[in-house]
Design a protein around this ligand. Structure first.
Ligand code: PGA
Length: 208
């Protein structure tokens, strides 16, 4: 594992956007998994800019959304679906067959997990993962204590996740469960970037 410290959020985001773009150039059929949230927001913006300006061919990539709030309609602006759609899929005009997101409104969440695991398996694992870290140390919705071999699963959210998660919503939102790609997939991924931004994440990074 390598740790890199950046001067600021802009530099951190530019670095990861460039790494993703290079990975796409190297492997046009890249299986890319990204988290939503505040940390990757600028990376997504810079990645779109880079791919379009440099005319990098991303027509063969497959994109996976790391997680989603269970029971939250996709049109809710705080949903991961909304993040990925507005920040990546629409600006890049990705074809629906190029991305897989959990349908957290589905009556069969187990089937959603099975579908996600099948996409990952059929591609031979995730090539590149870009994840953040929560104030309680979670990665995606792999809350503290989650097994390192867990595949996609539904989880009861930690109290910290429920309260910190309010920052994504315009009004107070009841959050109970999350659906997430598991740590087993992260451990098997070919490359992972775990990003943390700001002093408030320093303690949790030290503990990891
Ligand atoms: P953030 O979320 O990027 O919005 O800080 C990170 C997380 O909770 O996983």
């Amino acid at each position: 594992m390598k740790t890199i410290c950046f001067k600021n959020y802009q530099e951190l985001s530019a670095y990861t956007a460039a790494e993703i773009a290079d990975a796409i150039k190297e492997k046009p059929s890249l299986l890319l998994c990204m988290a939503s949230g505040h940390t990757p927001a600028l990376t997504a913006e810079l990645l779109v800019k880079k791919l379009l300006e440099e005319e990098i061919d991303y027509s063969q990539i497959t994109f996976l959304g790391l997680d989603e709030w269970v029971g939250l309609p996709r049109e809710n602006e705080g949903s991961c679906y909304h993040f990925f759609t507005t920040k990546l899929f629409e600006p890049l005009q990705l074809k629906p067959s190029q991305y897989f997101l959990f349908d957290a409104m589905s009556g069969d969440l187990k089937a959603e997990c099975t579908k996600m695991d099948a996409v990952i398996d059929s591609n031979g694992g995730i090539d590149l993962m870009l994840v953040g870290i929560g104030m309680n140390g979670h990665i995606g919705f792999n809350e503290p204590g989650t097994s390192f071999t867990a595949l996609s699963h539904v989880i009861e959210l930690d109290e910290t996740t429920k309260s910190v998660g309010q920052k994504y919503f315009k009004e107070k939102t009841a959050l109970h469960q999350g659906i997430t790609i598991g740590l087993g997939h992260l451990i098997n991924a070919k490359k992972v970037f775990l990003k943390a931004d700001g002093k408030r994440k320093a303690d949790v990074i030290k503990k990891r």
